[in-house]
Design a protein around this ligand. Structure first.
Ligand SMILES: Cc1ncc(COP(=O)(O)O)c(C=O)c1O
Length: 362
């Protein structure tokens, strides 16, 4: 802060903490994701990713590639574009207007919507729905981007069934659709990896958006990490103007970038990702022991990103009436015992600190 309290990140300006952090992110991100645009958080990162995809296609003379595909229960933030790309029913209220070029596929929540299908069959159904939607939109020549969190977060901690995300990614790769992996929650160790897309789910996205764990929450910062292919189109040597006509006054704030660099250094020095890889399965194992309770319908997630879904009767899956506010009731009881969990309707969502110990899990 004393070295550089503020600097302007627009167009042809940058500063040392941002340049150093971009170098580090390019090293940690999978494949050819070697370019970074800094934002102020996750919403602004997804907003930028949406515009970056649009810009990339338009520069190549493909402005008709304008439709965006996302999913019911997805959460991508609160700006006009990012909330439009989201699919949480509670956010998409009828009093508000949303982008009309965003199309939502079914939620991949097998517990709620699997209809008794086995995981593979449910994944097939979801993939078929994706392929049908692309066809309805006029084919891949009309589709700009697909957005997905590797594991849905606030929409109910939903891991993707079987290899359905990987199949969608392959389709996107082969058909010139930008795959945006929203790693705002899953990045920086929550699943024991810097990024989950490639390491855990076998996806090599064109764009990764991230925030939160990038500074471990100490200061606000977000990042859009994008591919050589996109960079080359926009750069002076490509067809583009050589710069992005986009920016935020506080995007890539030097103090936030310095905090992110220190945060990554600490995660590395203290072996925190390795710790999450060890403690994560134990956390899941202990939570799974709660399945014996009749009010526990489902326990899902991975490593330190989990939720418990409460139902009135685990045998039938019958839900509690909304008025019971079951998630809040349980979380209040946890609170009284010194444990913070996040209530979301009939769920309790847990994102413990990455340094949680075995004793604390118990
Ligand atoms: C997956 C995901 N994307 C985007 C966002 C939005 O990030 P922010 O609140 O930093 O704007 C969130 C926030 O919870 C999120 O969980």
């Amino acid at each position: 802060m004393r070295l550089l309290a503020y600097s302007n990140p627009f167009v042809d300006m940058t500063h040392i903490p941002a340049a150093d952090l971009a170098t580090k992110l390019a090293e940690l991100a999978p494949g050819d994701l070697n370019h970074v645009f800094f934002t102020t958080g996750g919403s602004t990162a997804n907003d930028m990713a949406y515009r970056l995809a649009q810009f990339y296609h338009a520069i190549r003379g493909l402005p008709e590639k304008r439709h965006v595909i996302s999913r019911v229960d997805a959460y991508h933030g609160q700006t006009y574009a990012s909330v439009s790309i989201g699919g949480k029913p509670g956010d998409r209220v009828e009093e508000l207007e949303f982008l009309d070029n965003v199309h939502l596929l079914s939620s991949p929540n097998i517990y709620r919507y699997g209809g008794g299908l086995a995981e593979e069959a449910f994944a097939d159904k979801l993939y078929a729905e994706f392929a049908e939607l692309v066809a309805e939109l006029g084919g891949p020549g009309h589709v700009s981007a697909f957005f997905a969190e590797p594991i849905m977060g606030s929409g109910g901690v939903v891991p993707p069934p079987a290899n359905y995300l990987e199949r969608i990614w392959k389709y996107c790769r082969d058909n010139d659709i930008i795959y945006v992996s929203d790693e705002v929650v899953t990045g920086f160790g929550r699943l024991g990896e810097w990024f989950a897309s490639e390491k855990i789910f076998g996806i090599q996205p064109d764009i990764i958006t991230t925030a939160k764990g990038l500074t471990s929450g100490y200061l606000p910062l977000g990042a859009v990490i994008f591919s050589d292919r996109i960079f080359e189109v926009i750069s002076e040597t490509g067809k583009g103007p050589g710069y992005l006509p986009m920016g935020y006054t506080y995007g890539g704030h030097p103090v936030s970038c310095a905090a992110a660099l220190k945060n990554i250094e600490i995660l590395e020095d203290e072996g925190i990702l390795e710790h999450v890889r060890e403690i994560g399965p134990y956390f899941m194992e202990r939570l799974n022991s709660l399945r014996d309770l009749p009010m526990v319908g489902d326990v899902r997630g991975s490593h330190l990103m989990v939720c418990i879904e409460f139902v009135r009767d685990s045998a039938t899956g019958e839900e509690y009436p909304y008025q019971v506010d079951i998630g809040k009731r349980v979380s209040n009881e946890c609170d009284a015992r010194g444990l913070i969990v996040r209530p979301v309707e009939n769920l309790n969502i847990m994102s413990p600190p990455l340094i949680i110990t075995k004793e604390q899990v118990d």
